[in-house]
Ligand binder design. Structure first.
Ligand SMILES: CC(C)(COP(=O)(O)OP(=O)(O)OC[C@H]1O[C@@H](n2cnc3c(N)ncnc32)[C@H](O)[C@@H]1OP(=O)(O)O)[C@@H](O)C(=O)NCCC(=O)NCCS
Length: 147
């Protein structure tokens, strides 16, 4: 397995990976309507649109993308997703360490992430602490509660 910077040609596979992980892994922790919106808005164009604002890393094994992680230039991780068939094999930990080193080079002393419920224990194992609780897809839920 190697970790390298993502290229434009990777975005379609990354979007497929992310949708499948949301539907198979995150689906255990979130209601169906949230999973549907979350997976539905995951598109290659989203990666393309903010490509200049982040550093995005992919884990590749035998020419297959098996995970990715991105961070911005303000010490915040945007996302970390591992292929549904490669969960629990240490790839998330390696991608996280790689992103931390990359952010250290940018001068980051502390790193922020808006975690999912599914990844809470993973981040705690890696030394992260909760500083604030929030709601996933809060806009959608607000809208639903008044409709
Ligand atoms: C969270 C996620 C990135 C972890 O990746 P992973 O490759 O499965 O994790 P690793 O195998 O590197 O695990 C590292 C450590 O965290 C622990 N861990 C990972 N997921 C865990 C979980 N759900 N509950 C408890 N511990 C967990 C592992 O046991 C391991 O501990 P160890 O080193 O003592 O054995 C992955 O499960 C994932 O893609 N989740 C869905 C997407 C998501 O919610 N991403 C976060 C959004 S930003």
């Amino acid at each position: 397995m190697k970790i390298r910077l993502a290229k434009d040609k990777d975005y379609a596979s990354m979007a497929r990976l992310q949708r499948a992980t949301i539907r198979h892994v995150n689906a255990k922790d979130y209601p169906k309507d949230i999973i549907s919106v979350w997976a539905g808005r995951t598109k290659a164009s989203r990666y393309r649109n903010n490509a200049k604002e982040v550093k995005r890393w992919v884990a590749v094994d035998k020419n297959q993308i098996i995970g990715f992680c991105d961070h911005d230039f303000n010490c915040e991780i945007g996302g970390l997703y591992i292929h549904k068939d490669f969960q629990g094999k240490g790839i998330g930990g390696k991608l996280l360490k790689n992103a931390e080193q990359s952010m250290k080079k940018l001068g980051c002393k502390k790193i922020k992430i808006m975690s999912t419920v599914s990844a809470k224990k993973f981040y705690e194992k890696n030394g992260y602490k909760i500083i604030k609780k929030t709601s996933h897809l809060i806009e959608k839920r607000k809208w639903r509660s008044i409709s």
